[in-house]
Design a protein around this ligand. Structure first.
Ligand code: GLA
Length: 408
């Protein structure tokens, strides 16, 4: 009886949507004013997912303190799908999700969290499950009925489709349901998304998939899985397109998935500095203390969640050392020193000789004119830019400062 009632509700929503297809549609512009934060099943679990994992992860997000640190979305990636009903309505796999998606969303919401789901613009998803092509309105109506808050939309099996058109179709379908859902575009940066995605989605992937490696080369960077540093290097030229409600998505985090603690710290800091969504991809039920403390470093998270929403710029590269700067709300800046290499490096940086000018935010750092107080966000040490930076930057690690102008 319950199933019949809920099925009728979706059917009615869907029929009413079919009558207003001419309605003005857009994305939900109030969402993702800062980069979305959450967790996703794919990096760690691939298709080994079920409702118990989602519930336990939601529990862990609360008990570990991750929710308090800002994580909100619990996102189910590929492989949740069962078959479509005779009328074309998508259903979850009854073995993996026997209680159904609505019950799962209710549970996740009861924890003060939000539930995300995954689909694909083509006929099948990347793992071969039913995609949304031809079923966009019906799928969006079903997600809204279940209480979904976030839709990641992939790009497999889309030969012959135009990306902007296909993503607009799903954006409109979501909008017409009336339920605000973050729309996360996942076409791997392969159709110039910066030219159209900011109007359509809240974030767009900039590269092909990440995998658990700091600096590895596995073939063609356009199609192969990419390591942390390769993804970082592919962000050149993208920062002008991002801002509140529209983010360059550098893919989900691999912190805690087999990279070292220092690599994880640097990976996390860089994704935060670049305003990428911070979607963790490890097993939250079972994390080391180091992984948890990396993922919940509130001072680093605050760089990512800064209201100004300006992505970091690369200031210089000097061998394995790279420096990134990020203007922050209220006159502060963040400066990160990355050591890409396998050797610790002693590095000197005389602040007062440096000028950093950011054309995008029209902000400047002129250390000869203004002294800044700094706090290093992993060690909590403090100092000022009046004194030269002369430091060991550990191998495959990062030092990141928050600079605050000194009061005169
Ligand atoms: C693509 C996406 C990944 C993941 C998988 C699922 O590769 O880029 O993030 O969603 O599909 O099959």
């Amino acid at each position: 009886m319950r199933h019949i009632r809920s099925f009728t509700a979706v059917l009615l929503t869907f029929i009413s949507l079919s009558f207003c297809t001419g309605a003005y549609a857009q994305k939900f512009t109030e969402l993702a004013q800062t980069p979305p934060m959450g967790w996703n099943t794919w990096n760690k679990f691939k298709c080994r997912i079920n409702e118990d994992l989602i519930r336990a992860t939601a529990d862990a997000m609360v008990t570990t303190g991750m929710k308090d640190a800002g994580y909100e979305y619990v996102n189910i990636d590929d492989c949740w799908h069962g078959e479509r009903s005779l009328l074309g309505f998508i259903q979850p796999d009854p073995k993996r999700f026997p209680s159904g998606m609505k019950a799962l969303a209710d549970y996740v919401h009861s924890k003060g969290l939000k539930l995300g789901i995954y689909s694909d613009a083509g006929k099948t998803t990347c793992a071969g499950y039913p995609g949304s092509q031809g079923f966009e309105d019906q799928d969006a109506a079903m997600y809204a009925h279940w209480g979904i808050d976030y839709v990641k939309y992939d790009w497999c099996d889309t030969r012959g489709l135009d990306a902007k058109t296909a993503y607009t179709k799903m954006r409109d379908a979501i909008y017409k349901t009336g339920r605000p859902m973050v729309f996360s575009i996942c076409e791997w940066g392969s159709n110039n998304p910066t030219q159209w995605a900011p109007e359509i989605g809240h974030a767009w992937r900039t590269t092909s998939d990440i995998y658990q490696c700091w600096d590895c080369y596995l073939g063609d960077p356009k199609t192969a899985a990419l390591s942390v540093l390769q993804i970082l290097d592919l962000q050149t030229g993208l920062r002008d397109f991002a801002g509140p409600g529209r983010w360059n998505d550098m893919d989900m985090l691999e912190v805690g998935n087999g990279i070292s603690d220092s690599q994880g710290r640097a990976h996390f800091t860089l994704w935060a500095m670049m305003n990428s969504p911070l979607i963790t991809g490890n097993d939250l039920r079972n994390m080391s203390a180091a992984t948890l403390s990396t993922l919940t470093n509130r001072a680093v998270i605050a760089l990512n969640q800064d209201k100004l929403g300006i992505q970091a710029l690369r200031v210089l590269r000097d061998g394995d050392i790279e420096i990134f700067a990020k203007p922050l709300a209220g006159g502060d800046w963040a400066i990160a020193f990355l050591n890409r290499g396998r050797q610790a490096r002693t590095y000197s940086f005389n602040w007062v000789e440096q000028d950093i000018v950011d054309k995008l935010s029209k902000r400047e750092l002129r250390f000869s004119k203004m002294i800044y107080q700094w706090q290093e966000l992993w060690s909590n040490t403090k100092g000022s830019t009046a004194k030269k930076f002369d430091q060991v930057i550990p191998a495959e690690d990062v030092i990141v400062y928050r600079l605050t102008p000194s009061k005169h």
